[in-house]
Write a protein that binds this ligand. Structure first.
Ligand SMILES: C[S@@+](CC[C@H](N)C(=O)[O-])C[C@H]1O[C@@H](n2cnc3c(N)ncnc32)[C@H](O)[C@@H]1O
Length: 255
């Protein structure tokens, strides 16, 4: 199978897969690029930390008793159904190759489905009944979108998350992980990061962390942006801490 449908900037998923011990959606070229990136950047370690955050998110949702989980940009190796075994889980991703790849591995007994949808197309699909008859009728939903929104425009994020806020019931929760910088979006470091990820064919938005909260209005921020290594208590190293560019977690709720 080819992992490189350029229409979807497939490297956003293949490099991630190559960085993870459990990854199975990449080829040897991705492994070489990721290995080289590991010498000069914290990329592979950051991806493993993100994965630990995703697991903690699912286990937390299970503990809180959520019956319905919607994972936006769930990627090629979804494991939420192993970590929150009692919930109905709807995975979506905009890349149909990824959806097909992941669907083949969903265990028969799992209450999980995987459909193709971009962040921006999600409201339309929910209107058409994407989760009707699969989620319970409460519309109390736990949402996740991890290591995805750095690839999505501000306008698309704002309109979709505003829609989700209106669509879901009070008590719903949203956990996000996304890259952020503590400095200015127009300084040299931010430009370097943008250029670097463009070069590896995974172009991303580099946003200042103080801007995250406004992107998700009117969701109420219940845990302010925090580097994921702190969130999951990953042992700090010179690769994880204090470099001014990180993957941040943020938790928001509808009360
Ligand atoms: C780095 S992977 C993260 C996968 C998963 N969320 C995780 O944390 O394990 C990023 C995923 O986002 C998906 N993606 C990128 N842009 C997207 C968009 N606009 N809408 C939906 N999915 C998108 C990619 O196809 C890819 O599978």
């Amino acid at each position: 199978m080819s992992f490189s449908n350029p229409k979807y900037y497939s490297n956003t998923a293949t490099l991630y897969s190559a960085a993870l011990d459990e990854g199975d959606y990449h080829d040897w070229k991705d492994s070489i690029i990721t290995g080289l990136m590991g010498f000069i950047t914290p990329f592979p370690e950051k991806m493993r930390i993100n994965r630990a955050f995703v697991r903690q998110m699912y286990e937390g949702y299970q503990q809180e008793g959520f019956n319905n989980i919607l994972d936006i940009g769930a990627g090629p190796i979804p494991r939420g159904h192993e970590w929150a075994t009692e919930a109905n889980i709807m995975y979506v991703d905009h890349n149909p190759d990824i959806v097909e790849h992941a669907r083949r591995k969903l265990p028969a007994g799992a209450s999980a489905r995987y459909e193709t949808s971009s962040v921006g197309a999600l409201p339309g699909l929910l209107e058409k009944g994407l989760v009707d008859g699969f989620f319970d009728d409460s519309r109390k939903v736990a949402f996740g979108s991890n290591a995805v929104l750095m690839f999505v425009d501000d306008a698309e994020i704002k309109s979709t998350f505003q829609y989700l806020y209106e669509w879901c019931a009070p008590g719903s929760v949203l956990k996000i992980s996304t890259t952020g910088i503590t400095g200015s979006e127009s300084d040299l470091r931010a430009k370097f990061i943008r250029t670097f990820f463009k070069k590896v064919n995974a172009p991303m938005h580099v946003r200042n962390v103080d801007k995250f909260c406004e992107l998700f209005a009117p969701w109420k921020v219940t845990r302010r942006p925090m580097p994921l290594w702190e969130w999951v208590n990953w042992p700090p190293s010179k690769m994880t801490a204090g470099i001014g560019f990180d993957i941040y977690g943020i938790e928001l709720r509808k009360e």
